[in-house]
Structure formats: structure tokens, C-alpha cells
Design a protein around this ligand. Structure first.
Ligand SMILES: [Zn+2]
Length: 102
């Protein structure tokens, strides 16, 4: 299953959990790991590897205002489902951040 950054870049949940971080703590990032990832352009909400607020694909985007609404959505969902990572994943999968262009 994919999770989406606010920029709509899809990231495979397996990759995030098992390749990007080599962790047995589930979804929670340790401070050192989070610091390292920040250097690469990653920003996560509330140390949650699945709640991506910035990824390497959008780290150079200066106008982050356009992502505000999605950031709020990710934060709200991550808070509501913080004890239910699979629920969070299916929520993300359901909304797929479809943007109504009309
Ligand atoms: Zn991004």
C-alpha cells in the first residue's frame, strides 16, 4: 500500500517501514533517524514514518502554502489513528489525495 506525501508523491509503505528506516519500533522514528532523514529532505508528523509532510521530491518547493490543506488532513488522520497504523494506511489509500482540478 502506498502513502502519499502532501505533494502527492506516492511512497510504498513497505519501503518506508523497512528500507528507509531500519527499525523494530514500528512506525515511530527515533530522534537520530529522524534527524538523518531530515537532511535528505524528509519531514514527518509526530515522528510517524507514515505521516509524510515533506519528501525529497518536494523539498525544494518554496510555496508550501499549497500543501496546507493536505498537511492538516494528514495530521488529523495521524492523530486519530495513531494507535492504528493499518487504519491510517487504508485511510490514506482511500483518499489518495485526489485533487479536484475543476
Ligand atoms: Zn513530497
Amino acid at each position: 500500500m502506498d502513502v502519499f506525501c502532501v505533494c502527492e508523491e506516492p511512497w510504498e509503505a513497505y519501503y518506508l517501514r523497512h528500507e528507509l528506516i531500519d527499525s523494530d519500533n514500528g512506525e515511530t522514528l527515533s530522534p537520530e533517524v529522524e534527524d538523518n532523514l531530515k537532511q535528505e529532505g524528509w519531514v514527518f508528523y509526530n515522528h510517524n514514518i507514515l505521516a509524510i509532510l515533506q519528501c525529497p521530491c518536494c523539498k525544494h518547493t518554496k510555496d508550501r502554502k499549497q500543501y496546507e490543506e493536505k498537511e492538516e488532513m494528514i495530521k488529523t488522520a495521524a492523530d486519530l489513528l495513531k494507535d492504528d497504523p493499518d487504519g491510517f494506511l487504508s485511510f490514506m489509500d482511500d483518499c489518495k489525495f485526489i485533487v479536484d482540478e475543476n
